[in-house]
Ligand binder design. Structure first.
Ligand SMILES: NC(=O)c1ccc[n+]([C@@H]2O[C@H](COP(=O)([O-])OP(=O)(O)OC[C@H]3O[C@@H](n4cnc5c(N)ncnc54)[C@H](OP(=O)(O)O)[C@@H]3O)[C@@H](O)[C@H]2O)c1
Length: 310
């Protein structure tokens, strides 16, 4: 495959960074020069704490062209990110991401996760084969069962794949749940390497039993839905026009996105957080939550009270 035109890419990125600097996003630097990284429990492998999810521009080529998804990925990498939660095969078309990471030559440096998003054992195996063929990465870094769907059928498959060396880690995800009873039970008995769940100031339920359980059992935790209140990203309309509290600066919090991400990252059970965006300046914003000081327990309480009072 033809090489990317690097100067175009750099130019695009520089323009985006300049835009961010000139606009709402402070671009100062922190004393800490690399993104904070946390160990995957029970291993000597470290993961940078902020990663990316799968915006639609990783699934279909956007009207802006491939420069946009390439710049989004490059910005994450330039700012020290490595974790990429790849698109689910919800639609019949094959996500464009496989082609992109091939073209950019970044496959090996990325920590790629993928999820089974279909029901039933045979369909699950077929799904995994398509997913891995798209990303062309074996072993995959992490394979999970999306929202615990037909978990009894898929879990033996994932265990076999790990045993056969086709994936390094296996896990399960669950979000938007009324309770975590079934999830906790699974985690307790099956001890997955990773769990992925929603958690934020507006959605703190995972911290009641699931996050402490994962910490006790030495299970890595990836968080999603960082900006969800009643809908994905709805935090931003809630805080629009509202200033950050003055004390946020004591924890190197520059924006509302970082307010939410630093709240999440300061939970001791959390290994990393994944956010979804199709905008380079938002990638910069979110990655910068992986730098600088994190709030302590008293400040976490203050953050929650402040945000919920708005
Ligand atoms: N069960 C599961 O396994 C599960 C469930 C949900 C999500 N996930 C994973 O998690 C990823 C994240 O999804 P999510 O639901 O958690 O979404 P999210 O990251 O909480 O929110 C995404 C929304 O926030 C906006 N946004 C992102 N950064 C921003 C910033 N710095 N400033 C202002 N707006 C910003 C985005 O708009 P712009 O594009 O305009 O930035 C988008 O509308 C998904 O891609 C997926 O990989 C997994």
């Amino acid at each position: 495959m033809a090489d990317m035109n690097k100067s175009n890419r750099r130019e695009f990125l520089a323009r985006s960074a300049a835009l961010a600097a000139a606009g709402t996003l402070p671009m100062g630097s922190f004393a800490q020069e690399t993104m904070r990284a946390r160990p995957i429990p029970g291993t000597d492998e470290f993961l940078p704490v902020v990663g990316l999810g799968a915006p639609d521009i990783f699934i279909d080529l956007p009207p802006e062209g491939k420069e946009l998804p390439i710049s989004v990925l490059e910005t994450m990498i330039d700012l020290g990110g490595r974790l990429l939660d790849t698109p689910s095969f919800f639609r019949p078309n094959v996500p464009y991401l496989g082609e992109l990471i091939e073209e950019m030559g970044i496959r090996d440096q990325m920590f790629l996760t993928g999820k089974i998003t279909v029901n039933g054992k045979e369909a699950g195996i077929e799904h995994l084969e398509r997913l891995v063929a798209n990303l062309n990465k074996e072993p995959m870094d992490l394979l999970m069962i999306h929202n615990m769907r037909t978990v009894d059928e898929h879990w033996p498959t994932l265990k076999e794949w790990k045993e056969a060396g086709r994936t390094r880690y296996i896990g399960v995800s669950r979000t938007r749940q009324q309770d975590y009873v079934e999830f906790d039970q699974f985690v307790r008995t099956e001890r997955p390497d990773f769990i992925m769940t929603g958690y934020s100031i507006h959605n703190p339920m995972a911290a009641e039993t699931t996050l402490p359980l994962a910490a006790d059992l030495g299970i890595a935790v990836l968080i999603v839905e960082a900006f969800r209140t009643n809908d994905d990203g709805a935090l931003f309309s809630l805080v629009a026009g509202k200033p950050l509290p003055e004390w946020a600066g004591e924890f190197d919090i520059e924006t509302w996105a970082q307010f939410s991400l630093k709240y999440i990252l300061s939970h001791p059970a959390v290994t990393g957080v994944v956010t979804e965006t199709r905008q380079v300046r938002h990638v910069i914003d979110n990655m910068r939550a992986g730098y600088g000081r994190l709030p302590d327990a008293a400040t976490r309480q203050r953050m929650s009270e402040y945000l919920l009072s708005l």
